[in-house]
Design a protein around this ligand. Sequence first.
Ligand SMILES: [Zn+2]
Length: 374
Amino acid sequence: MKTKSRLKGLLKFQEPTDLFFSLYLNTQWKDEQQRERVRIFTKNALHTINVAAYPPEVQESLRADIQRIETYVEALIKQTLQVELAGVALFASYARDLFQTYGSTVPFTNQCTLATHPYIAQLAAVGREYENALVIMVDTESARIFEMEWGEILSELDIESEVPGRHKQGGWSQMRFQRHIQDHMDRHHKEVAEQVIRRFDQGNYANVILYGQDRILASFRSFLPERIQERIIAKAALDITVPDTLVREKTLEILHQKKAQGEREAVTRLTETAQAHGLAVLGLLDTLEALNKRVVAQLLVSQNFSRWGWRCPSCTLLGEQIPLGCPLCGRELKTVDLKEEMVWETFRQDGEVEFISDPSLLAHKGVGAFLRFR
Ligand SMILES: [Zn+2]
C-alpha cells in the first residue's frame, strides 16, 4: 500500500514518445574503489547512449538529462550529498520536467536505463521488503514509539510518566501499594496507547512491533483497539534503553523474517491455485497473457528473474518471442527488460507486486500471478 503511494509520482509517466533515465547506485562508500566504481559505471552508461541517433527534438532533452545526472553523481561521490545512504535511485526526463531522487538505507545494484517509462523494480522491491512499521517499546513508566518506513526511523517519541507518591510508600499495606503501582501502570499504558492510536491511524501501518517484558506487554496490549492488535507481527524482549540503531536493526530482522515467511506462503498458494485452475497463473507466457488482458491482481516475480522480451510502444502489448511486428496493431516493437515491464504493468493495473527471493518459484520460470478474474 505504502510502496505504491511512494511510487505514484513515477507511475503516471508513460508516453511512447518520451524517454526516461532510471539510475540506481550502490553508494555504500566502504572504500575509495566504490566511489570510483560508481563514477565509471555512470560515465560508461551515459556515454554509450547514442544521442545523435534520436530525433533532434529529443536530443536536446537527452543532453540536458545526461548533464544534470553527471553533476548529481559527481556531488554524490564527493559526499556533498546524502552521505548516510547506502543506495540512491534517480529518475530523470527533462522533457517531462522530472528529476527525482530516492535514498535507501539498503544498497541498490548499479543500473542505468533509458526507456519509455521509469524502471521501478529495484525501488519497489526495497519498499516491499521494508514495509512501514510502528515500533513500541514499553515498560511500567516509560515508553518509546518509533515510526519506520523503507528501513529508516522517521520519528521517535519518548514518554516518561511520574510515579506519584513513590517515595512515600512507608506505612502502606502491601496490597494497597500493589494496587497503587497497578493503577499507575495502567494510566501510563493508556497514555502510550493514545499516542500509538494517533500515529497508527495517520500512517496506516502494515506492521506493529512491541518490545518489552511479556507480563508488561500483555497488560499494555489490552489498551490497544482490535485494528491495531491484528497488525502486531512480533513481540520481543528488548531493553528500553538500547540505542536507536539497535532498535532499527532488530526491527529490520523481524520484517525480513516476516517477508520470507510470507513469500513461501504466497508461492505455495499460487502453485495450488494455478494447478486447481483457480484465479492464478504460473510461468512467463501465461503471466504475460494475463498482463495483456489486464487481469493481474498480484504479480510474483523472482528477485533474480532476468529476460528480454518485446513491447509494442503503441498498444503496450507485451511478449517474449520477438515477432516481426506487433501481432495486435502491426507497429514496430521495442526490446525490453521483461521484469521491469511486468512490474510496471502490474502497478499500472493497480495490482501488487511480491518480489520472491525463495527458490521455490524458479520451478515455474520465476514468475506467476494471482488474477482478478479469468
Ligand atoms: Zn501494438
